[in-house]
Design a protein around this ligand. Structure first.
Ligand SMILES: [Fe+2]
Ligand SMILES: [Fe+2]
Length: 250
């Protein structure tokens, strides 16, 4: 697919002064609202995990991730504010989307207080997916403010990803392989769905405007391959999933 706008070629002023077609701004605000809500739900999940998990070994990581997720959410809401959409409006625009399978993982993390195994699953489902979405898609966004924010977020998500990788290696030993395998069966379909449906009209627009670099389906496959390798290395069993969104156990 040919991108109409190169990486970081558009600034807020270009949209406010209508130098770019109006549908670009519409597509961008929808994408930013989805990103902001995902960061916020992740922050809420870490907040609840901090209250629910009484483990001095985990507390510093939970606190650090919480502070960073809050910052990510704030950064993305700021981008929306520059375009004339406040946080409440952005959240309202996402009410319906937030009920779809693509938000099941962040919703679950935000709604159910995590135990340590749930925390690991949330991190595998939200931080590792976030790292891919941001590193592959948003870092190269044609919208320069989003590309700049992605660069900052990415640094921190890399730490979150390392935490998840290390924790998975210890999990089989700490929780027992059977429990971890059951948790993977529960969480990985939700995690793969976080990328959203493949080939949607919205993603087509994101691709042609250069707001995303890859289709959702490609990223979900990349994610499952990456996680599959880690799961196997940890001596765990990768659940078998159906082939496309909404992913489920096969
Ligand atoms: Fe984040
Ligand atoms: Fe994160």
């Amino acid at each position: 697919m040919k991108r109409h706008y190169p990486t970081a070629s558009i600034e807020a002023a270009d949209l406010l002064e209508r130098r770019v077609e109006p549908h670009y701004a519409k597509t961008l605000t929808r994408l930013l609202a989805a990103h902001a809500v995902a960061e916020k739900l992740t922050a809420i999940g870490y907040q609840r995990a901090l209250a629910a998990i009484d483990d001095p070994a985990l507390a510093p990581t939970i606190k650090k991730n919480l502070a960073e997720e809050k910052k990510h959410a704030r950064m993305v809401y700021r981008l929306l504010e520059e375009l004339g959409m406040n946080e409440a409006q952005a959240d309202r625009s996402m009410v319906k989307a937030a009920k779809s399978p693509s938000f099941a993982a962040p919703r679950r993390f935000a709604e159910d207080p995590a135990n340590p195994l749930g925390l690991l699953m949330a991190s595998l489902s939200l931080d590792v997916t976030g790292l891919l979405m941001i590193g592959v898609n948003y870092r190269e966004s044609s919208y320069a403010p989003h590309a700049r924010a992605a660069e900052i977020i990415l640094d921190e998500e890399e730490d979150h990803d390392q935490f998840a990788a290390a924790a998975l290696r210890d999990a089989a030993e700490g929780f027992g392989a059977e429990r971890v395998n059951a948790a993977l069966r529960e969480w990985l379909p939700m995690a793969a769905n976080f990328f959203g449906p493949a080939g949607s009209g919205f993603t087509f627009d994101c691709l042609r405007y250069g707001l995303k670099a890859r289709d959702n389906g490609e990223l979900a496959e990349l994610y499952l391959t990456m996680i599959g390798r880690r799961v196997a290395q940890a001596g765990l069993i990768m659940p078998e999933l159906t082939r496309r969104y909404p992913y489920a156990l096969a």
